[in-house]
Ligand binder design. Structure first.
Ligand code: C5P
Length: 220
């Protein structure tokens, strides 16, 4: 049906921050609210898709009908969940703000303030989106990039390295875009080299634009 352009399509979406444990009560995290990813899940489900939403810790409600919500804490857990489901998917959108590093050793007990300075050793987390890029067969793969400098060049590098079909670029230089906000201003760069600019909109409206572009590629 025209009103359900994503009927029979399965879409995996990652959303929110990740929390990387330091000890039983502390973690390293970031300010991602999860709003963009949850809005994407809702828009995809409204277009008829079956959605698997893999979410880090957020304050958001389950976004509704047609969405299987898998809650995780750490990047490793998000990586495992994404790789478990990816092969059966038609598309994946990585909107999560994944922590690049995690504490190398997680203390079994709460760390005491015994010394003036404390050094935490960090190790790299796996890149979830890059792992899906390596694994992909005919899935459409979408990533996000939040850059503070050389935006176009960095985003195009990610598009290549992670085998994406398109990348959604949002700039911290734009008023109203980014973390915790209800609005976003995006630019989409396609594998084909085409670039589309969108005006400042609510994250709900932005999610519709992104799902539209995804729908066009899936029905090509
Ligand atoms: O390389 P960078 O972190 O800027 O790439 C951002 C994109 O990669 C986003 O789509 C993000 O969700 C994804 N990503 C990921 N796993 C990571 C780091 C980033 O899926 N460990």
């Amino acid at each position: 049906a025209k009103s359900l352009p994503l009927r029979n399509k399965k879409i995996l979406i990652t959303a929110g921050p990740t929390y990387e444990a330091i000890d039983p009560v502390r973690f390293i995290g970031n300010h991602s609210s999860g709003k963009m990813g949850y809005a994407l899940a809702e828009s995809a489900a409204k277009a008829g898709a079956k959605v698997i939403l893999i979410s880090g810790p957020t304050h958001l409600q389950h976004p509704g009908f047609g969405i299987e919500l898998i809650r995780v804490q750490s990047a490793q857990q998000m990586y495992d969940a994404a790789n478990t489901h990816f092969d059966e998917m038609d598309a994946a959108i990585a909107s999560a703000a994944v922590s690049d590093y995690r504490p190398k050793n997680v203390a079994a007990q709460k760390i005491k303030k015994n010394s003036v300075n404390l050094t935490l050793e960090l190790e790299r987390n796996p890149d979830i989106l890059a792992s899906l890029g390596k694994r992909k067969k005919d899935q459409v793969l979408v990533g996000f990039a939040l850059e503070t400098e050389n935006e176009r060049k960095n985003a195009l590098g990610k598009l290549e390295r992670k085998s994406l079909d398109f990348i959604v670029l949002n700039s911290l230089n734009d008023e109203g875009a980014g973390f915790q906000k209800d609005t976003n201003k995006i630019c989409i760069l396609f594998k084909s080299g085409i670039k589309k600019d969108f005006p400042l909109k609510s994250k709900k409206e932005v999610s519709k634009d992104i799902i539209n572009e995804l729908t066009l590629l899936l029905n090509e």
